[in-house]
Design a protein around this ligand. Sequence first.
Ligand code: PMP
Length: 350
Amino acid sequence: MRYLSEKAKKISPYTAGEQPKDKKYVKLNTNENPYPPSPKVRAAVEKFDPASLKLYPDPTAKALREAIGQAEGVPAENVFCGNGSDEILALCLPAFFDEGGEGAAFADITYSFYPVFCNFFGVKYTLLPLEEDFSLDLDKLSALPAQGLIVANPNAPTGIGIPLAEIERFINKNSGRIVIIDEAYMPFFNESAVPLTKKYENLLVVKTFSKGYSLAGMRCGYAVGNAALIEGLFRCKDCFNSYPLDRICQAVCAAAISDRVYYAEKNALVISERERLTEELRGRGIEVLPSKSNFVFARHTRLSGKEVYEGLRARGVLVRHFQKPRIENFCRITIGSREQNDALLAALGE
Ligand code: PMP
């Protein structure tokens, strides 16, 4: 501790889902996609020339931003890329929030990295409690004093999605302050606010290759917004890391985003398994929140969340449990392949 800064001593880091190596688990704890990336990703890796690695990558990831722009229907100048959407969300704090200012506002139950980022960057935050049914009241969020607002849509770990029309009303209502919509799970909902970035200068939409493109191991995310917001992110990135995306990542992600057909098919399978699993769990008397993402948030009527988590783990199935008020009796279960989901149901039966 002697050599650590006061800040490093005090911060509480985010805890990522476990990646145990002690045995082979049915891994339904970190919202990875059960399907492999597109064959175009394999082709891009095979075509990649390792000799090119002696050179630094393009610091602006121009070709990748163009490919993303093409897929999203926006020019490359409206796209920013980062080393995972986590990095982009982190850069949003110095880019859009003043230290000692009004800070950020978001739900009490949402992606638990938001408060960690706020603390790290010295930005205060206000939490809005979710309603009894775990929905988010956007009018209540709009009423909070804050320099900017952050909403995960669909939300995590609840999985609940907010229709685009409501999101638009919210963005409109908050003109004059930044609204960040974290769409990490949007490939399983298809109500993206990206088209609204052309209409609203206060909107930044953050997306990722990790879930909908089966590329969690590649670490790439992107943001879409008006050019001034993107410029702000670039300014902060270039004060921290000029080259967050390596050459392989830029090539692979550009190939992935060009394969719309493959991913539409695979993500439709995830959605249909989500509906099946929801029904199966409810049929066993388990409460399941209505999910629009690639996981379900479920609560057993008799067993605690910890008991379910531990019982499944002992049977080789990993799910995520959060020891937090209001949600300690839930487990977040990633939608796996049909076989993985059947293994979960069998273990649950035991
Ligand atoms: N936002 C939300 C809501 C998430 O659940 C996650 C995944 N942990 C992320 C962003 C970050 O994803 P990544 O850094 O892999 O792009």
